[in-house]
Design a protein around this ligand. Structure first.
Ligand SMILES: *[C@@H]1O[C@H](CO)[C@@H](O)[C@H](O)[C@H]1NC(C)=O
Ligand SMILES: *[C@@H]1O[C@H](CO)[C@@H](O)[C@H](O)[C@H]1NC(C)=O
Ligand SMILES: *[C@@H]1O[C@H](CO)[C@@H](O)[C@H](O)[C@H]1NC(C)=O
Length: 490
């Protein structure tokens, strides 16, 4: 899934910016130290015997150059060098026959060449050739007309995004059938997600993966509804990094309204056990097929305030046919389908937010979900303190973004504000082993003007806790909202 830059303003008075930096830092300290949601995850390195062998992990990815892509093989090689060339994990990769040698060369020179496998599958010429998407090519071209980000997207890109669950499940099936190779966890990982300098090698760290799953399962068990088991086992849980949380804007969402269009889930990385990957894949394409074959509700104009960072609606100028709604829902952005899916099945998901974004979580969220039998009378989104907290978080993120947009400010302060790396890719740090997390803090410190200031302990403020999505949504939107949306009702 592509990044969505925040809306921004061109001109910035540097003097104001400098004082804002200090303000930001102050606010940062304040919120990190007070925030109850950023809890430290205990490390299991105190020689506790580990009866279980480390879980077997597979990373799955794909790269199909888009028809009008001007990138050369050399550029792809550079991007992939920090992924295929460095990461020691079994990898399954779907690509075109002419890119396969590039990948093979990178793997051969990687430190993991002898210990981990790279499987390349060149059966498909493009993402449109996979069975779940093949029948929809025409509709994908059609719906491009009503994509609000039409300039930046194209039908092939929709296919690349919507192919991920199928590729992930198929990689497991292929390896099981051809090599009798089984895995405990598999993750989708975008081919271009390791473009920046990083310290990750044995990633994701198997012990760490097991640890966050254990914790997520404990959270799921604590939140069980009146003795009703929502999640049967640890392997029923799916990990999805989130970028923000819903707010008042999503209060009125119903299934018939279609995919949920805001920056909630990230599609760059996600995964689970083989069993849950099958569930997720089936559920994803069921939802995709449902929405692509049903017309959207004729919507009354929303009285709710627009997401301030949402890109401008270009259709307003170009499409005056306000009275002719599109013939079916827009399903081109996997992110929006995933959002709807997480709304419907929150108990199956757990997540982490980058620490600077933890302010989007309700402050009452603890490691256990709020009592399910008493739907909270005042969902956090209705309280003044949460509204303030959310605005403050947004303000902080906007300041960082504005400062970061100016090349001069960047040159002066480096990644000053970027204390825990890019928020979008925070999960990379979070799923790394202890040594590699320490190494990564070192990399960030080297880039950061204010490096040592904003840190506390080895990992500084970069420790994010496991968040159960069900508990977070209950705290934010209220138990009634969660139950209504789960039931699909209006
Ligand atoms: C490539 O993937 C497809 C879909 O899973 C599978 O049918 C095919 O056998 C795979 N090809 C190879 C060479 O493994
Ligand atoms: C607007 O409506 C007209 C006729 O109703 C149709 O021919 C045209 O394609 C529509 N334009 C868009 C952008 O949907
Ligand atoms: C700041 O900008 C640089 C270069 O454009 C980018 O790589 C980095 O991710 C940005 N950082 C944040 C926190 O937005």
């Amino acid at each position: 899934m592509g990044r969505m830059p925040l809306s921004s303003h061109r001109r910035l008075i540097p003097a104001v910016a400098v004082s804002l930096i200090l303000l930001t830092y102050f606010l940062w300290f304040d919120s990190y130290t007070r925030s109850r949601v950023v809890l430290s995850v205990p490390e299991n390195d105190n020689d506790t015997p580990r009866p279980r062998p480390p879980p077997r992990i597979l990373l799955v990815s794909a790269l199909f150059p888009l028809p009008h892509s001007k990138h050369s093989h050399e550029e792809y090689r550079e991007w992939l060098a920090k992924f295929i060339g460095l990461i020691a994990c079994d990898i399954y990769f779907y690509t075109t026959p002419d890119l396969a040698p590039v990948l093979e060369t990178l793997h051969a020179s990687s430190p993991a060449a002898d210990t981990h496998t790279l499987t390349i599958n060149t059966t498909f010429a493009s993402s449109f050739d996979i069975p779940p998407l093949k029948p929809h090519r025409e509709k994908y071209v059609q719906m491009h007309a009503w994509d609000r980000e039409r300039e930046r997207h194209n039908p092939e890109l929709y296919a690349v995004w919507n192919a991920k669950p199928w590729f992930l499940e198929q990689a497991l099936i292929s390896l099981r059938q051809s090599k009798h190779q089984e895995y405990d966890y598999a993750f989708w990982n975008d081919a271009g997600s390791f473009r920046n300098t990083h310290a990750f090698r044995h990633w994701p760290d198997p012990g760490r993966v097991e640890q966050v799953w254990d914790e997520a399962y404990a959270i799921a068990r604590e939140g069980e509804r009146d003795g009703v088991r929502m999640v049967m086992g640890k392997e029923d849980l799916v990990f999805f990094p989130l970028y923000s949380m819903p707010g008042r804007e999503q209060m009125g969402w119903r299934r018939e309204m279609g995919p949920v269009d805001f920056d909630f889930s990230e599609g760059s990385f996600f995964g689970s056990s083989p069993r849950s990957i099958s569930w997720y894949t089936k559920t994803f394409y069921d939802m995709h097929d449902h929405y692509i074959s049903t017309p959207p509700l004729p919507l009354a104009p929303s009285p709710l305030p627009k997401h301030p960072h949402a890109p401008q609606n270009q259709n307003q100028n170009q499409n005056q046919n306000a009275t002719t709604p599109p013939p079916f829902h827009f399903v081109g952005k996997d992110q929006t389908l995933i959002n709807a899916l997480i709304f419907r099945f929150p108990h199956r998901f757990f997540t982490v937010l980058a620490p600077p974004r933890a302010g989007f979580l309700p402050s009452s969220l603890s490691l256990s979900s709020p009592s399910p039998s008493s739907p909270s009378p005042h969902p956090a989104v209705d309280t003044l303190s949460y509204t303030l907290q959310r605005h403050l978080t947004r303000l902080r993120l906007t300041i960082v973004h504005l400062l970061n947009r100016s090349a001069r400010m960047r040159a002066t302060f480096g990644a000053a504000m970027n204390t825990c790396g890019d928020d979008w890719f925070y999960y990379q740090f979070w799923l790394a082993g202890k040594e590699e997390r320490r190494g990564m803090v070192g990399v960030w410190e080297g880039m950061s003007f204010f490096g040592p200031w904003g840190r506390k302990g080895e990992e500084g403020y970069c420790v994010g806790s496991v968040v159960g999505v069900e508990g977070a949504l209950r705290g934010l939107m209220g138990g009634r909202w969660v139950e209504r949306v789960r039931a699909g009702g209006g």
